[in-house]
Design a protein around this ligand. Structure first.
Ligand code: COA
Ligand code: AMP
Length: 632
């Protein structure tokens, strides 16, 4: 018997992938167990477990009830916004999901149909996801901070048979009415007749009854017949999750059923060291991939208890909120974004509030969404006294590419590194020509094909875009879009993006999409948006615009208008609050704006002006503009 440790697992996953993943697949319930692991018949588009059939919702719910754990907590809803808590056992959650699946079915949703879910952090969001999966339908959750235009773009692309929403979301400073946004989005998408199911929440102005044909969640639930899980092929899609690309058009990442269930289940035990009955709290939002994988599917597939938290790390009511939740629910693993830890540290530098709470249940803190900077890593390690594990992944991969697998080994943790590649990920760092670089040298981080189970299978309805966005740059590899280096021990250090995607408070945003909005203003001749280093949010977007000649507008008025436009068209989540009018933007002779050089100047980093620059004088003019902006 070979010892179960990181090195053996990783090597086996590469040398004997079929055996490795079929063993992992044994831990899932199948209606038709797979005999095959990898399907390479459509390479470079790969599939996993092509002859297997199962249902993800059954695996996340019913099978735990069947195993006698129906009375155990499946989901704990903790709303710091409302000051309430609600617990759902596996039996209760299964019944609610089956009933809501019946509601969806009665409105025509069947296998393969799409359901768009636009909801705040309430249990019904998870119920709607699991109910969609129960029918073999495909959900697409849209983060509540996105504006109607962004929601419309996703509705247009996914063409849903139904939309599920709630009256609104609660932010510390205001209540956000969802129903007008949904109505506007459906009108913009040209599909106003789509059935809309509304979970009513108190304290919001708009009601389902204001819209002809819109349906009330509770009324529908009372009348529904519960639906049984529908068998799907492992390769059938479970969800589409739209994420920012370099252009304004979001990319619809497609996740399958079987591969995802197998991979997530593997991670629960081996990376997070979470098993049946343990409590995992992922402080994210169901609108992001982290929420899909580790608020909803991962913990439930493992038979654990998941905490769904509606609140912030600070201000709801104070910087002790996270410690309070850990104490109240005996949380074993907390997973959050570094920006949340920095927000707590800023408000309570010595973590004095931690003394008020018994957090002894906590075994490990995991961080992802952006690089865990070394200061925050040391601070969190010191105040909590538990291992703090950075792990690196993307919407596209669905689970960690690099991590420190706490259930397998006690590998050393190195500050600033998400550690080592997980099974199935053939990690390389390559130069622009695709050649491997030496340890310690920064390059493009790429993954050899095929990717492991659970990763994206394509982009929704657009195989060509999948290939051109990810597989075309380096032959035989998936390009992550991140750059970094590996040290002598094989630990990865992720340094940043190689494209125009930025990361604001753990939220992935496209500067290209913001530029598209700015470019629509009649006074703007051209513009650039770059991500500047920000001590709290990691990065923040900053816009630079050149005016059309002869326009009569003050920089202040224009700034206000542009900020409002980005908020209206993309959403508050873009956090776009800085615009500067400049004489000119630095460009190459072929017209490409030198955004990277601008960012390096603004952040005070070393910069090299490319020899292809059109007018080097523009850089000199910009230095005075960019540098003060960075220090604000
Ligand atoms: N619906 C509507 N609006 C939302 C929203 C939602 N679900 N989430 C955020 N917003 C709005 C906020 O209200 C804010 O609006 P404002 O400009 O009117 O103030 C704006 O979007 C920016 O929000 P946010 O990025 O949350 O900034 P903040 O200053 O309010 O809070 C932090 C800062 C660090 C506390 C907060 O960003 C945070 O908790 N981050 C963790 C992020 C995270 O978990 N990411 C998941 C990735 S793993
Ligand atoms: P998202 O798709 O929203 O999860 O964002 C993925 C991107 O966020 C990655 O490509 C990285 O640029 C960044 N990212 C996520 N986690 C980490 C991490 N642990 N370290 C460094 N960058 C990260």
């Amino acid at each position: 018997m070979v010892a179960r440790n990181y090195q053996n697992s990783y090597e086996r996953s590469l040398n004997e992938p079929d055996g490795f993943w079929l063993d992992a697949a044994d831990k899932i319930s199948w209606s038709t167990p797979p005999r095959l692991a990898l399907d390479a018949s459509r390479a470079p588009l790969y599939g996993w477990f092509p002859d297997g059939a199962m249902n993800t919702s059954y695996n996340a719910l019913d099978r735990h009830v069947a195993a006698g754990r129906g009375g155990q907590d499946a989901l704990i809803y903790d709303s710091a916004m409302l000051g309430t808590q609600q617990r759902f056992s596996y039996a209760e959650l299964t019944a609610l999901v089956a009933r809501f699946a019946g509601v969806l079915r009665s409105h025509g949703v069947g296998k393969g149909d799409r359901v768009v879910i636009y909801m705040p952090m309430i249990p019904e969001a998870a119920i709607a996801m699991l109910a969609t999966a129960r029918l073999g339908a495909v959900h697409s959750v849209v983060f509540g901070g996105f504006a109607p235009k962004e929601l419309a773009a996703r509705i247009r692309d996914a063409a849903p048979a139904a939309v599920v929403t709630a009256s609104g979301g609660i932010e510390p400073s205001r209540r956000i009415e969802y129903l007008p946004a949904v109505a506007e989005a459906l009108a913009l998408a040209g599909t106003p007749e789509t059935p809309v199911l509304v979970k009513a929440r108190e304290g919001f102005a708009a009601q389902a009854a204001d819209h002809a044909g819109w349906l009330d969640w509770e009324t529908e639930m009372a009348a529904a017949t519960p639906a049984a899980p529908v068998d799907v092929q492992a390769t059938d899609p479970l969800y589409i999750l739209y994420t920012s690309g370099t252009t304004g058009a979001p990319k619809g990442v497609v996740r399958d059923n079987g591969g995802y269930a197998v991979a997530l289940n593997w991670t629960m035990d081996n990376i997070y060291d979470i098993g049946p009955g343990d409590v995992m709290w992922t402080a994210s939002d169901v609108g992001w991939v982290v929420g899909h994988s580790y608020i909803v599917y991962g913990p439930l597939l493992a038979g654990a208890t998941t905490v769904l938290y509606e609140g912030k790390p600070v201000g709801t009511p104070d910087a002790g909120a996270f410690w309070r939740v850990i104490r109240d629910h005996r949380v074993n693993v907390l997973f959050t974004a570094p920006t949340a830890l920095r927000a707590i540290r800023k408000a309570d530098p010595e973590a004095a509030l931690l003394q008020d709470y018994d957090t002894s249940s906590l075994r490990t803190l995991f961080a992802a969404g952006e690089r865990l900077d070394t200061d925050t890593f040391h601070w969190a390690s010191r105040i909590l006294g538990v291992p703090v594990v950075d792990h690196w992944w993307q919407t596209e991969t669905g689970w960690a590419i690099c991590a420190n697998p706490r259930g397998l080994d006690q590998l050393p943790i190195k500050a600033g590194s998400p550690s080592v590649p997980m099974p199935g990920y053939r990690l390389s760092v390559v130069d622009g020509m695709g050649g491997d670089v030496d340890a310690g040298t920064e390059g493009n981080i790429v993954l050899g094909l095929p990717l492991p189970p659970g990763t994206l299978t394509t982009l929704w309805g657009n195989d060509e875009r999948y290939v051109s966005s990810y597989l075309a740059a380096f032959d035989g590899y998936y390009a992550t879009g991140d750059s970094g280096y590996r040290d002598e021990d094989g630990y990865l250090f992720v340094m940043g993006r190689t494209d125009d995607i930025i990361n604001v408070a753990g939220h992935r945003l496209s500067t290209g999409a913001m530029e598209q909005v700015l470019g629509q203003h009649p006074a703007v001749a051209e513009c650039a948006v770059i991500g500047l280093a920000d001590p709290l949010k990691g990065q923040r977007p900053s816009g630079y615009v050149v005016l059309k000649s002869g326009v009569d507008v003050t920089g202040e008025d224009l700034g206000r208008e542009l900020i409002a436009m980005v908020r209206r068209d993309i959403g508050a989540v873009a956090d776009f609050k800085h615009v500067t009018v400049v004489e000119a933007l630095p460009k190459t002779r072929s017209g490409k704006i030198l955004r990277k050089t601008m960012r390096q100047i603004a952040d005070g980093d070393e910069y090299v002006v490319p020899s292809t620059i059109e007018d080097a004088g523009v850089i000199d003019q910009l230095i005075g503009v960019l540098r003060p902006a960075a220090g604000e």
